[in-house]
Design a protein. Structure first.
Length: 77
């Protein structure tokens, strides 16, 4: 499967993975938090987002930002 990222583009997935790992959260735990907050996401989708194989929806991005207690700037750097 081809990655979505192209030269010069931001890979939000890599940033999500780095922040999540720095907080000591597993993918399953993050997905559980997101689902409890009403965000429609599965672990499989998170894996694809973090790997750069799937675009992230705005509602997913907002939920991840909240669950990781971070900012859009950190996710988009």
């Amino acid at each position: 499967m081809q990655k979505i990222k192209q030269d010069g583009e931001i890979n939000i997935g890599e940033n999500i993975r780095a922040i999540r790992a720095a907080l000591g959260l597993g993918q399953t735990e993050l997905v559980a938090r997101l689902q409890l907050a009403g965000v429609d996401i599965t672990r499989e989708v998170l894996v694809k987002i973090e790997g750069g194989h799937q675009h992230i929806q705005a509602t997913q991005l907002r939920g991840i930002r909240n669950a990781l207690k971070t900012t859009y700037d950190e996710l988009l750097k």
